[in-house]
Design a binder for this molecule. Sequence first.
Ligand code: HEC
Ligand code: HEC
Length: 316
Amino acid sequence: MKTTLKIIKYIILSVLSIVVILVGYIWISPIPSYENKAPQLTVSVDSAHVAEGARIASMLCVTCHLSEDGKLGGGRVVDANEFGEIYAPNITNHPKNGITHYTDGELAYLIRTGIRKDGRYAPPYMPKLPHLSDDDMNSIIAFLRSDHPLVQASENKQPDSKPNFLTKFLVRVAFHPFPYPEKPIAPPDQNNKIEFGKYIALAKFECFSCHSENFKSNDYLNPEKSIGFFGGGNPFKQTDGSVIYSANLTMDETGLGKWTEADFIKAVKSGIRPNGQATTRKPMIPYAGMTDEEASAVWAYLSSLPKISKDITKLK
Ligand code: HEC
Ligand code: HEC
């Protein structure tokens, strides 16, 4: 009996020391780095691609990377407080503080996989676009390379992010870089409304990532497999401690069931709900640069999805 107790004691002690060592290791080690296998890529910096890139960036990059000088000089990402003290870097054409040292291929590689030029992994607070078409990717890079006012050299210098233990733990067990696509990605067929809407909602503007149940259970490589796909309820902790839940965008009556297409287009583009209330407390920004055709296609796509009954007002 005594020996059994002793053995149990030793087992418990060993398990405890392993846990302590693991926690200590994760605590002091940096975010992991990966080999940078960026492709050779040369984008065409023509006015059409620059304009489209600027339109995409105004809806996708500005929220985090805008600085006080009105350029993409970077800033603190307060919506990511849960992950630590997170700073979006300067991504303007400043020779020292910006990203002129990146090649076009390295930019595409980072935006698709999450691996930065120096190999460091950018955790999920820097969104990735693994399914974006090559042509849209060309537009984003052309814009970053252009003399558009948003990317003209900003003197701003951002500190490195200080990810907390949760982030360091998650990048060891759950969050990993995405594979770089092996084949070219063609643009969607704009004549197929549902397919086009699906591309906007899943690949280009990733509406699903905020509008499914939780970032932690999203499947970015197969978005439709995300838990609670478009059923909303993803919590966003605000700086004052309160929580905003993302809306249910399925056609159930707890979601958009009573909305018209016109209500939807207006809400997405201007941030005004049918009842006149703002939809757009952060983090939902009005997609002012979205065309009516794009918003209408997203509506058609959402209408094709299974309904989820989830009243997010009851989550509070
Ligand atoms: C939700 C906030 C957020 C959004 C939106 C966002 N980024 Fe970032 N971005 C970050 C953060 C944070 C980092 C730094 C990651 C880190 O600290 O590990 C980063 C890093 C980068 C880097 C790497 C810079 C370097 O010095 O290595 C580039 C380039 C970049 N982002 C471009 C973009 C582009 C282009 C878009 C729009 C398509 C975009 N980002 C949208 C938060 C964001
Ligand atoms: C960064 C996260 C995020 C992204 C990306 C996002 N949303 Fe939202 N959205 C939210 C949150 C959070 C709310 C709830 C806001 C509130 O309660 O004030 C919301 C609200 C809405 C509403 C209002 C619904 C209602 O019942 O009031 C609509 C419509 C909407 N989003 C559509 C979209 C579409 C379409 C996209 C993609 C083009 C999108 N959202 C992308 C976070 C996001």
